[in-house]
Design a protein around this ligand. Structure first.
Ligand code: P6P
Length: 279
C-alpha cells in the first residue's frame, strides 16, 4: 500500500504544478458522466496513470475521466478508483480543488475499499490518508510532512448543502432550513474535496448531496468520490449514508454510478436518518 501512497504524493506535486502553470481551458471532449473535460482534467489523469503504470501491485485504474477501467498488471492486488481533479471548473475562479482515490481489493464495492486518500490543492497542498485512522499531511519544502490525526466531534457547526435548492425534495429543504435555524454556518464552495476537508478540520457538521428532481440518483460518483469520503468520515468517527443505508454497504452496477450522499458527525447523520425515515 505504501507504494500507492508514494505514487499519489508524486502525482499531487505534479498536478499542483500543472494547476499553476498549465492552460485551464476546455478540451473538445466530455467524460462518461457528460461533464465537459478541462485540459487539466485530462492532464491530471495522464499524470496519475504515468505514476501508477509501473506499480505491479495495481491491477486496474478506474478513472472518472475514462469510460472503462484500465488494466495495468493482471496479478495486481489493488484496484484504484479515482477522480483526478474534482471540481476542476473552480480553478478559473481560483477556488480550491482536489484529487480523490479509493484503494479497493477484488471489486469497486464499498465493502471492498481498503484505504482512501484525497489531496486538496488550495493556499497549501494537503494530503489525507485514511487507513485505521485519518492522517493529515502538508506539502512543505517539496515533501508531505505529517501534521495530525483528524477526528470528528459528536456534533459540529458547519452545514454544506449541495444540489440545486429548487430541486430539493420538501423534507430535505425543511431539514436544511432547520439545521440553519439551529445556528449552523453555511460552508459550501461547490468543491466536494475542500468542502468535506473543512468539516473534518473544523471538527464536524454535515455535507449533503441529495436525490433531487433534476438528479434523482444524486450527482456524486460512488467509486471515485463517495466511497472514498465515506471511508474517511467513518474512520474519523463520523457516518456516511445515502439517506437510509450506509454508503459503504452499496455496490455500483457500473463504475460511473452515482448516489445521494450525506457525510457528517454522528448527531447530524442521526437527524438525516430521522428526517429521511419513510421518505
Ligand atoms: P453542485 C464538482 O463539480 C462536484 O462534482 C463536486 O466536487 C461538488 O461537491 C459538486 O459537484 C457540486 O455540485 O450541483 O452543488 O454545483
Amino acid at each position: 500500500m505504501n507504494e500507492i501512497y508514494e505514487a499519489i504524493k508524486r502525482s499531487a506535486i505534479r498536478i499542483k504544478d500543472a494547476i499553476i502553470n498549465e492552460d485551464t481551458g476546455y478540451s473538445d471532449n466530455t467524460n462518461s458522466t457528460g461533464d465537459n473535460q478541462l485540459k487539466l482534467d485530462i492532464l491530471s489523469d495522464k499524470i496519475i496513470e504515468e505514476e501508477f503504470v509501473h506499480l505491479t501491485e495495481v491491477k486496474e485504474l478506474a478513472s472518472e475521466e475514462k469510460e472503462d477501467a484500465l488494466t495495468l498488471h493482471q496479478n495486481g492486488k489493488y484496484l484504484i478508483g479515482y477522480d483526478p481533479l474534482d471540481g476542476s471548473s473552480l480553478i478559473d475562479v481560483n477556488l480550491s480543488v482536489g484529487s480523490i482515490f479509493g484503494i479497493y481489493e477484488n471489486d469497486y464495492s464499498g465493502k471492498s475499499l481498503k484505504s482512501a486518500v484525497y489531496v486538496v490543492y488550495g493556499p497549501r497542498v494537503e494530503l489525507v490518508i485514511a487507513g485505521d485512522d485519518v492522517k493529515l499531511y502538508r506539502l512543505i519544502d517539496g515533501e508531505f510532512k505529517f501534521i495530525k490525526v483528524m477526528r470528528l466531534n459528536q456534533e459540529g457547526k458547519l452545514n454544506a448543502p449541495g444540489g440545486t435548492q429548487q430541486h430539493w425534495p420538501p423534507h430535505h429543504k425543511e431539514m436544511i432550513d432547520d439545521i440553519f435555524k439551529s445556528g449552523y454556518r453555511l460552508r459550501y464552495s461547490g468543491g466536494m474535496v475542500p468542502d468535506l476537508h473543512q468539516i473534518l478540520l473544523k471538527g464536524g457538521g454535515l455535507f449533503s448531496y441529495p436525490a433531487t428532481t433534476d438528479v434523482p440518483n444524486g450527482k456524486l460518483r460512488m467509486t471515485f468520490e463517495v466511497f472514498p469520503f465515506a471511508f474517511v468520515y467513518e474512520k474519523a468517527a463520523g457516518e456516511a449514508i445515502d439517506g437510509k443505508k450506509r454508503l459503504l454497504d452499496l455496490t455500483p452496477k457500473h463504475i460511473h454510478d452515482t448516489t445521494p450522499c450525506f457525510f457528517g458527525s454522528l448527531e447530524e447523520i442521526k437527524l438525516v436518518k430521522e428526517r429521511y425515515n419513510g421518505k
